[in-house]
Ligand binder design. Structure first.
Ligand SMILES: Nc1ncnc2c1ncn2[C@@H]1O[C@H](COP(=O)(O)OP(=O)(O)OP(=O)(O)O)[C@@H](O)[C@H]1O
Ligand SMILES: Cc1cn([C@H]2C[C@H](O)[C@@H](COP(=O)(O)O)O2)c(=O)[nH]c1=O
Length: 215
């Protein structure tokens, strides 16, 4: 029998340690017979990757940035995420829509109500029982003090437009994530990302096991 598709997103400020565990989670699902689509936002399709390059590198006004992020998301959902979920795959995405609320909403101060409107518009998809707003089944929020994240990133790579923002910006981004969690607590698992890598990995695994998706 075909398994139900699962959608898992990884969220947190830059340098929180998300990418370190994405591949391991994919392998854990594959070891239990699941097909995994590993993807990221902005990005995930050729067009969305082109938009990613602009979003991460060009200086653009805040409304333009919001529109590009949501355009990339619509393309990503329609071309990659929805078809993979329909095939019963596990979709693991390095960031999804919570990042827009955290970065563009709280970080940049863009109007939250407009983001809610665009979220509904862009993420409305057709299901067997009618239209609904697609959200991840589980969001792993890697919580880390911005100062520690900055130390981890220092020297690791050339910072992009977002990675070179101040600690105050990332404090606001963290508050944005906290606000999203408060609005939909059942979807989130908090991951204490200040722990050593092995401990963080066990927290990731435990959050997924608690859902009954891995044994
Ligand atoms: N638990 C940890 N303790 C110490 N260092 C870590 C830990 N987890 C990851 N790192 C290191 O911190 C840096 C950032 O990690 P990673 O790239 O996984 O973060 P990220 O959340 O994916 O960042 P970004 O969102 O900017 O892509 C890397 O150099 C990584 O090796
Ligand atoms: C989805 C999304 C992402 N961003 C920002 C957050 C990060 O700084 C970059 C992506 O880089 P990463 O190394 O892949 O984490 O983009 C954003 O501002 N808004 C969004 O919706």
């Amino acid at each position: 029998m075909k398994k139900r598709g699962l959608f898992i997103s990884f969220e947190g400020i830059d340098g929180a340690g998300k990418s370190t565990h994405l591949g391991a989670l994919a392998r854990a699902f594959e070891a239990q017979g699941r097909v995994v689509t590993l993807t990221r936002e902005p990005g995930g399709t050729p067009l969305a990757e082109k938009l990613r390059a602009i979003i991460l590198n060009d200086t653009i006004d805040s409304l333009t940035e919001v529109m590009l992020v949501f355009a990339a998301r619509r393309e990503h959902l329609q071309q990659l995420i929805e078809p993979a979920l329909a095939r019963g795959e596990v979709v693991i995405s390095d960031r999804f829509t919570d990042a827009t609320f955290a970065y563009q909403g709280s970080g940049r101060g863009y109007d939250w109500q407009t983001l809610l409107y665009l979220e509904r518009l862009v993420q409305t998809v057709q299901g067997l029982e009618g239209d609904f707003v697609r959200q991840p089944d589980l969001t792993l929020w890697f919580e880390l003090d911005p100062e520690i994240a900055a130390q981890r990133l220092a020297g690791a790579r050339v910072p992009d437009k977002f990675e070179s923002q101040s600690a105050a910006f990332f404090d606001r981004v963290s508050h944005g994530y906290a606000q999203r969690l408060q609005a939909d607590p059942g979807r989130f698992a908090r991951i204490a990302a200040d722990n050593p890598r092995e401990t963080v990995w066990l927290s990731v695994l435990q959050a997924v096991q608690q859902k009954g998706w891995l044994v």
